[in-house]
Design a protein around this ligand. Sequence first.
Ligand code: SF4
Length: 120
Amino acid sequence: MNEKAREELAKYRQLRDEVSELSEKLANLHKDQMACKKGCSECCMNFQILPVEYFAILDELRKNPPAQYRELDDEAEECNFLIDDLCQIYASRPFICRTHGLPLLYMNQGAMPGSYRLVR
Ligand code: SF4
């Protein structure tokens, strides 16, 4: 990995930490309404990640392989890192896994500029 790639991964990891911190605060604020809990994996399927997330996960897997893993299966609906309803790459999980279930506000791409859509 070259120096530029290392710098970009470092920026991504810093952003990932900030997203995690904000997600934890948001989850705490809404803990009475949150259905997410350890052992629930209903959301661990059918999602996409950013290229930088892919390279970060790959880099972290090389340095710290999970205790358990299964062969990658492109046809599987369930995430390949899910084993016995537990995430095997929890520290490396992508943004979508860190923010799923939270009440988030997204820019609505199909609407007028400045309009927003509340998700969950
Ligand atoms: S990376 Fe972990 S949290 Fe995210 S979908 Fe896969 S098993 Fe679930």
